[in-house]
Design a protein around this ligand. Structure first.
Ligand SMILES: *Cc1c(COP(=O)(O)O)cnc(C)c1O
Length: 367
């Protein structure tokens, strides 16, 4: 005897589609038998891991028969020290994706809603749907978040609101004055998530730039999320974190799975957090790559959305499905963003100089 196991799943889960990740290099190698492949599809750090990380992982590997520290004491202490917050304000996650899900699971249930923007990071709708919550999507303004529209969209049943800053896949940012004005308008019973996955790439010289952690003191309903996957180069190890009030942190720890961050990841995160040189080098490579790619797009007559992250959304005249396939045949993996209501864009991560050149050459050839 069998039954419809999809219909048997929770209501919200039935409406989900699995997350589509950037195509792995090995998959394209299997499919096309190409030797040299450039992957600019998942906003990874093109430098590879910090040497300090490899040493820390090696050392931690000797202890993998033991469970990790479920509370991540040492990493939290290091983060608290660096950020000027209390360890009781930090929740560690298996990537910040995990933290975003913990937040949603803690605050969304059937009959509740969450607000996010058109073109915003896809994990928000997935997490809301998994909890059978209602999504309220506001129209974007110049590809970015329209904070006034978001404040106006808050309904009686709204518990949560997501802002990605910089946003993925558009690379847009909100300025500090607009964000503060917005936070002043949001009722205290609506939890605001400020997703700062690309925080480390934002030019600190930019006076208008937002540091969510500095705003926590004034807004007890604010949660800031950050990650070690992007600028810190630990995407495969899965470490992210939330910074919030001790009360919200207590809530998140109630839904957090025990041992959600493994011991090698904890050790690696601690090692790279202390490696300022690695971070600075990555920022410089990113700034140079941004210049190289945008100049290359200019030369090709392509428009793009100005980005504060380590990626750029480039616009084409038509739907990019075919172009994406043509680039794959040239050994270049980028990211189609049709699922973000951006069918004519491709999101391109900024790579090393030679990788960026490979992308520009491939584009020139196939266009
Ligand atoms: C990449 C990304 C994340 C999450 O990455 P993790 O690897 O799960 O830490 C979160 N938010 C945005 C906007 C991202 O682009």
């Amino acid at each position: 005897m069998s039954c419809d196991y999809i219909a048997l799943a929770n209501q919200g889960v039935q409406g989900l589609s699995p997350y589509q990740a950037g195509k792995p290099i090995e998959e394209l190698q299997r499919e096309l038998g190409l030797k040299h492949i450039v992957k600019l599809a998942s906003n990874e750090n093109p430098l590879g891991p910090s040497p300090n990380v490899l040493a820390a992982v090696d050392k931690a590997a000797a202890e993998i028969a033991r469970y990790p520290d479920s509370n991540g004491f040492e990493l939290k202490a290091a983060l608290a020290n660096k950020l000027g917050v209390a360890a009781e304000q930090i929740t560690l996650g298996n990537g910040s994706n995990d933290v975003l899900e913990l937040i949603t699971r803690a605050y969304i249930e059937p009959g509740k809603s969450a607000v996010y923007s058109q073109h915003a990071f896809i994990v928000y709708p997935l997490a809301i749907q998994a909890c059978s919550g209602r999504s309220i999507v506001t129209k974007a303004k110049d590809w970015g978040h329209d904070l006034n529209a978001m404040a106006d969209a808050i309904a009686d049943d709204t518990q949560l609101l997501f802002i990605a800053n910089p946003n993925n896949p558009t690379g847009t940012v909100v300025d500090e004055a607009s964000l503060v004005n917005f936070l002043d308008k949001v009722p205290a019973n609506v939890v605001v998530v400020l997703d700062e996955a690309y925080f480390e790439y934002v030019e600190a010289s930019d006076d208008d730039s937002v540091d969510g952690v500095a705003l926590l003191k004034h807004y007890p309903n604010l949660i800031v999320t950050r990650t070690f996957s992007k600028a810190y180069g630990l995407a495969a190890l899965r470490v992210g974190y939330a910074i919030a009030s001790p009360e919200i942190t207590d809530v998140l720890n109630r839904v957090r799975a025990p041992f959600n961050v493994n011991s090698m990841a904890l050790a690696a995160a601690q090692a790279v957090l202390a490696d300022d040189e690695y971070l600075q080098q990555g920022r410089q490579v990113n700034a140079e790559g941004m210049k190289q790619l945008t100049q290359g797009f200019d030369t090709l007559g392509l428009t793009y959305i100005p980005s504060a992250g380590n990626f750029i959304a480039v616009e084409f005249a038509t739907d990019t499905a075919e172009l994406y396939q043509k680039l794959l045949k040239e050994g270049v993996i980028v990211r189609p963003v049709g699922i973000y209501e951006m069918p004519n864009h491709l999101r391109v991560s900024i790579g090393l100089e030679a990788e960026n050149t490979a992308l520009l050459d491939a584009l020139k050839k196939v266009l």
